[in-house]
Design a protein around this ligand. Structure first.
Ligand code: B12
Ligand code: SF4
Length: 489
């Protein structure tokens, strides 16, 4: 079986697909699917349109030349428009290729994706087993998580129940990094110490309940620490990697596994620096000490807001005092804090956004990221906003964390946009911060990257205006209920 897996570009603004792309990392979900398919005998090629800086003509030529039996796309919401665009190109030059879409967007809105006649299948949830069953020709109605066109004219799209989450993550092969051009990848500025870097996960799933997150209440599982460290050693031997970005939703959730992982890294003497994501209620001084000793240099906390009522509404009710303690602990352990905040949550006011900016400055993380709340399909917030008329647009181009697509009674879009820009400027242009940043610079390349980032903060153009967004106001009736798809799960 000849398979092409595509990571489509995720921004189309200004007609330039590279606009805004600042970093790229190997498309992990796609590489897991690729590795599993390879291990079952398929010939797989991976095309990372972002990293390889491909143009639509390059993709067309490749598909016309190789005529793959199956073409698989991975897509978050910001990639789905380009997925449809490339699917149309693919069908025009290779009509016999079967087209499959996986990833969080298609999982949330399978009917919406399948309305495109160029898409033959959606695979919801974890893709490894289902994709292999599909390409191996197993009966469609037996494949967990498969959405396909059935024979029933009254109900033309069939949704099989979701498969059980993969329990033994150690049984999965190493993601197919070998199918990518490894040298093209570079994590976001400020997120890594050394190159080459690789992204990987130890766990899957998160027990958190956050209303804005696609990972909320998903089955939590972990690989063994041994399996992870063996994989790192193999990647060091093959690609000389010196840095790992752990992309787990909450890396420190299984504390004992993290301790074991750190002990193994130290015992085996691995030359490694790494970073991870965590919650401020999932760290302790002893754990942080171990992590630092094993090479951890940065932890990303999703702090979201300084308004405890908003934190309750979005179901991430962590007390501000707990967050203060956690940030202090991390900094005292010698690890950098990267902190993410949101503007424009339900209940947001100018005062609550002001408090969030002040809280960010008080915590003084090494990097602060401010995002505009985006209700992604598949999240509780999307369902709430859709049911209650709070969605301004269903044009997925605007679902990029920098545009206020939620319509809120307590704050206008322009006020949110204004505070979003204010936050970046106030946080980054403090003399104390600038001195700290200068002291931490590591060479000319680092200086140039920082300079470019500061320039972009200073000259960031206004995000989309009310008038522009109004033009893109899509009929909300168009969108099928995700509850209907979920009911099949
Ligand atoms: C790490 C991370 C990042 C990293 C790296 C992303 C990357 N390209 O690797 C960074 C920081 C750069 C990033 C950026 C963004 N991210 Co992000 N990110 C994540 C995070 C935490 C982990 C991703 C991951 O590696 N997962 C592990 C892999 C194994 O899971 P997976 O990709 O879902 O793949 C499995 C299945 O979905 C399926 N599958 C996936 N693709 C395919 C394809 C086929 C053919 C098949 C059959 C199956 C299949 O099988 C896979 C294996 O089981 C996720 C949350 C999460 N837990 O997934 C958010 C998440 C994916 N990100 C999200 C968002 C919004 C973004 C941004 C748009 C934010 C922004 N404006 O900058 C960008 C988009 C960039 C992009 N195109 O990827 C949202 C997506 C929501 C949505 N509906 O769109 C998520 C879900 C977090 C959330 N808010 O809930 N992200
Ligand atoms: S935001 Fe973090 S803690 Fe909340 S559900 Fe998502 S991954 Fe879990």
């Amino acid at each position: 079986m000849n398979v092409l897996l595509i990571n489509p570009p995720w921004l189309t603004k200004n007609g330039n697909i590279w606009h805004g792309v600042k970093s790229t990392s190997p498309p992990l979900g796609l590489l897991y699917v690729a590795a599993y398919a390879e291990s079952r005998g398929a010939a797989v090629r991976v095309m990372d349109v972002n990293a390889e800086e491909l143009h639509f003509e390059n993709i067309e030529d490749e598909i016309a030349r190789t005529k793959p039996d199956f073409i698989g796309f991975t897509a978050v919401t910001a990639q789905i428009i380009n997925t449809h665009r490339i699917a149309a190109i693919a069908k025009s030059v290779s009509p016999k290729s079967r087209i499959v879409v996986g990833g969080v967007h298609a999982t949330a809105l399978p009917d919406d994706v399948m309305r495109d006649a160029n898409i033959d299948y959606v695979i919801r949830g974890e893709g490894e087993l289902a994709f292999c069953s599909l390409i191996n020709g197993e009966p469609l109605n037996t494949i967990g998580g498969l959405t396909y066109r059935g024979m029933n004219l009254l109900q033309p799209i069939e949704h099989n129940p979701l498969a059980e989450p993969i329990a033994d993550l150690d049984s999965l092969p190493t993601p197919a990094y070998h199918l990518t051009n490894f040298s093209l990848y570079r994590p976001a500025i400020g997120a890594y110490r050394r190159l080459p870097a690789v992204n990987m996960t130890m766990t899957r799933g998160c027990p958190g309940k956050c209303t804005f997150c696609n990972s909320a209440e998903t089955a939590l599982r972990t690989r063994s620490a041994e399996h992870v460290v063996d994989e790192i050693e193999r990647l060091q031997a093959r690609y000389h990697i010196r840095e790992v970005s752990f992309y787990d939703d909450t890396f420190t959730i299984y504390k004992q596994h993290v301790v074991r992982l750190c002990d193994l890294i130290v015992e085996r003497g691995l030359d490694l620096t790494w970073s991870c994501f965590a919650r401020t209620d999932c760290v302790s001084p002893s754990l942080l000490k171990k992590m630092r000793a094993a090479g951890c240099h940065q932890i990303l906390f999703g702090i979201e807001s300084a308004d405890e009522k908003i934190l309750e509404t979005i179901r991430k009710p962590i007390e501000l005092e707990q967050t203060r303690r956690a940030c202090r602990m991390v900094q005292e352990a010698g690890i950098d804090v990267r902190a993410a905040f949101m503007f424009g949550n339900p209940g947001e006011t100018i005062e609550s956004m002001r408090r969030t900016i002040d809280f960010a400055k008080e915590l003084d993380p090494d990097i602060a990221l401010f995002n505009i709340t985006t209700p992604y399909p598949g999240t509780q917030m999307f369902e709430w906003a859709r049911r209650n008329g709070h969605l301004r647009t269903l044009d997925w181009n605007y679902y990029d964390l920098a545009n206020q697509v939620l319509e809120l009674p307590t704050v206008s879009r322009d006020e949110v946009n204004q505070m979003y820009r204010t936050a970046y400027r106030e946080f980054y242009f403090r003399p104390r911060y600038l001195i700290k940043r200068l002291m931490k610079l590591r060479g000319l390349e680092d200086f140039k990257a920082n300079f470019r980032a500061f320039q972009s903060i200073l000259f960031t153009k206004s995000t989309v205006s009310q008038a522009e967004l109004d033009q893109h106001d899509t009929s909300l009736q168009d969108i099928p209920s995700i509850a209907a798809a979920a009911a099949c799960a």
